[in-house]
Design a protein around this ligand. Structure first.
Ligand code: FAD
Length: 222
């Protein structure tokens, strides 16, 4: 498979960094082609604006989605976005590796979605969800939390994790057509023993070795 990993953590020695490394090692050892977008290392700019485009549809009033439609027609995305779009189009499986920040994506990854998931090129014209442009491709999110697993159960301190992940899994990945595999969650790595963390890395590698045989999950509705 062609596998695209988007990594959003500012520290390579973090547990997220360890999860990224074990993923790349394991997937390459299984003969998959792997490409990584390391957003902090790339200095990826998460803000959107006219700088997303080399083309201009309306010079007087900036409306991002209309500029995206136009850029799709004329090839008007700047290289920083065009390169990410090409990785999306290239891959069979996409993985996002990130820490849960404020019940959501770190801003750098949210901004990557805001800029790269462009209207026309990644959705629109009746192409959403099962008929989406990326239908047939698969994806999953691999994340860590600060809180322990018990905090993310129904009725727990923070509440059920599934609705927290739904805007990402349904509103972003499924919206543009990706099938979504089960999220891979390591709860509270900062509070786990070294032995448990090594076991978590091993378990992730085991999962990745069989990732081709996994079936998508139902991400649910709002
Ligand atoms: C802005 C912000 C918002 C946040 N919002 C939330 C929130 O909404 N909900 C929530 O639950 N949490 C939240 N957090 C906490 C955050 O999710 C966790 O701090 C993060 O997920 C922990 O992952 P990490 O990779 O940063 O771990 P780290 O703290 O970097 O690592 C944890 C442990 O892993 C060890 N480790 C690293 N590499 C290896 C290795 N190869 N083998 C074994 N051990 C290793 C490290 O030594 C460390 O002890 C927030 C944090 C921030 C900064």
């Amino acid at each position: 498979m062609r596998i695209f990993v988007v990594f959003a953590h500012p520290e390579h020695r973090s547990f997220n960094g360890a999860l990224l490394r074990i993923a790349v090692e394991t997937l390459e050892a299984a003969d998959h082609d792997v490409r990584v977008s390391d957003l902090y290392a790339m200095g990826f700019d998460p803000t959107s604006g006219r700088h997303n485009f080399t083309s201009v549809r309306d010079p007087d009033y900036f409306k991002q989605q209309l500029e995206e439609l136009h850029a799709t027609e004329v090839g008007g995305f700047v290289p920083a976005i065009e390169e990410e779009l090409e990785k999306l189009e290239w891959c069979d499986l996409m993985i996002w590796q990130f820490p849960l920040w404020w019940f959501g994506l770190p801003a750098i990854l949210k901004g990557w979605v805001d800029r790269v998931f462009a209207m026309g090129r990644t959705y629109g014209g009746g192409r959403f969800y099962e008929e989406g442009i990326f239908a047939g491709k698969r994806s999953f999110i691999s994340l860590t939390t600060g809180g322990p697993a018990a905090a993310y159960e129904h009725g727990g301190f923070n509440g059920d994790i599934d609705p927290i992940l739904r805007p990402i899994q349904r509103g972003m990945l499924r919206f543009v057509g990706f099938d979504v595999l089960a999220p891979h969650i390591v709860f509270g790595p900062a509070h786990q023993s070294d032995q448990d963390l090594r076991a978590a890395l091993y378990a992730y590698a085991q999962r990745l070795r069989q990732i081709e045989s996994e079936s998508p999950i139902d991400v649910g509705e709002y």
